[in-house]
Design a binder for this molecule. Structure first.
Ligand SMILES: Nc1nc2c(ncn2[C@@H]2O[C@H](COP(=O)(O)OP(=O)(O)OP(=O)(O)O)[C@@H](O)[C@H]2O)c(=O)[nH]1
Ligand SMILES: [Mg+2]
Length: 377
């Protein structure tokens, strides 16, 4: 039987992504044929324990997962560019149209203009005859841009407990990402504790708590409306007392008090640091890729308030607006640490600039052949 998955969308919430993927709240039995449901029915324990992670760890399966997760972005990002280049001689007009296409794909005006400026320079030196040659240059430039902010994998450091503070506006995918990260750390045999410092809604606490029960980890919580800093304080104290390896703190995207969100979150950060001087070791901002340039604005606001150690760009699957990833790295220099490529635990992938660029530049034939090979293995 299908199981209730706590990281599912809450009732009355707008779709997670602008996708064909239809998600419902609590009762998976009534859900359409999501791959997630299939996985639950076929391998009920795999989702909870994260054992599917190891089976998908082969290179081919990983590539297939990336390509499928980024399929929509590829359609809106590369397909128009391909059409623009096809069968045309190189001209400045092509470059101008490329700039427009990049802006349309949520790369943002400043980043698109700078990218096209660099391409123009390269064209001056290498004098391409065909517009198609630009595709390879563009791929190179995009890769170089993403590599500007080195993106270390999300692993635990030497400190114990390792404290991860998750921040982001409401509905972006914070709690879901915590679920996926917990599954990942459990698979690495780490002792995990989660903290429900999003006290805005009782349902938010419940979501994390039920999910913690399913994964078999402890959840520190207070009643809804409690002070987030007080919950975080208890969480860190409990983590030290229980000798856990990693504590992940969920926070709210909005508050019921008049205190501004950033001030409240800073208070949470201060309380954590008071208990454990080096902590939080990671402050991860979760962004919803389907919000495009809005995500960039959010990142700017949070970067201003916090020493962010990275970004989790959730809901890349089904999002046509993931081109904002380039703008985020270019404009803010904050590394993207993980991408949300779907709702299963293994769909939270450590970011790799090379894999990202390869996936969006891959052809649909590549994808079919990879899928077939992934199915064989
Ligand atoms: N397809 C897809 N859906 C996702 C992803 N990440 C999160 N979601 C969905 O997005 C919705 C919101 O996710 P939550 O994790 O509850 O978001 P949140 O930031 O905790 O929201 P609040 O608690 O309201 O602030 C849920 O339905 C998730 O299943 C992803 O990478 N891909
Ligand atoms: Mg939440």
């Amino acid at each position: 039987m299908a199981q209730w998955l706590p990281w599912r969308r809450k009732k009355n919430e707008s779709p997670a992504v602008e996708s064909e993927v239809e998600m419902e709240a609590e009762i998976p039995a009534s859900l359409p044929n999501l791959s997630l449901d299939a996985a639950v029915e076929d391998e009920p324990d795999a989702l909870i324990t994260g054992t599917t992670l190891s089976s998908s760890s082969s290179q081919i399966q990983r590539q297939s997962l990336w390509r499928r997760g980024l399929a929509r972005l590829r359609r809106v990002f590369i397909a128009p560019i391909d059409r623009l280049f096809r069968g045309r001689p190189f001209s400045d007009e092509v470059l101008a149209e490329l700039e427009e296409a990049l802006i349309m794909a949520d790369v943002g005006v400043r980043t698109s203009t700078a990218l096209v400026g660099r391409l123009q320079e390269r064209c001056r030196q290498q004098r391409p005859e065909n517009a198609e040659d630009l595709k390879a240059y563009l791929k190179d430039e995009l890769l170089t841009l993403l590599q500007k902010a080195p993106s270390p994998p999300l692993v635990l450091g030497a400190a114990k407990p390792w404290v991860i503070l998750m921040v982001g506006v409401n509905g972006v995918g914070k709690t879901t990402s915590i679920a996926k990260l917990t599954a990942r750390f459990l698979q690495q045999q780490k002792k995990v504790l989660v903290v429900a410092a999003d006290t805005f809604r009782a349902a938010a606490i419940e979501q994390l708590d039920i999910w913690a029960q399913r994964l078999g980890v402890e959840c520190i919580k207070h009643a809804s409306g409690a002070s987030p800093a007080a919950v975080a304080f208890d969480g860190v104290r409990a983590a030290i007392a229980r000798d856990v390896d990693v504590v992940i703190i969920d926070t709210a995207g909005r508050l019921h008090t008049k205190t501004p969100l950033m001030e409240e979150l800073k208070k949470v950060q201060r309380i954590i640091a008071r208990e454990l001087p080096e902590a939080p070791h990671e402050i991860l901002l979760v962004l919803d890729a389907s919000t495009g340039q809005n995500a960039l604005n959010q990142a700017q606001a949070f970067q201003h308030a916090f020493p962010l150690t990275g970004i989790i760009l959730a809901k890349m699957d089904g999002s046509a607006r993931g081109g904002v990833a380039f703008a985020i790295v270019d404009r803010l220099g904050v590394p993207i640490r993980c991408l949300g490529l779907g709702e299963r635990p293994e769909d939270l992938q450590d970011f790799s600039a090379q894999e990202f660029v390869d996936a969006i530049f891959s052809s649909s034939e590549d994808e079919v052949s990879l899928d077939m090979r992934a199915g064989d293995s």
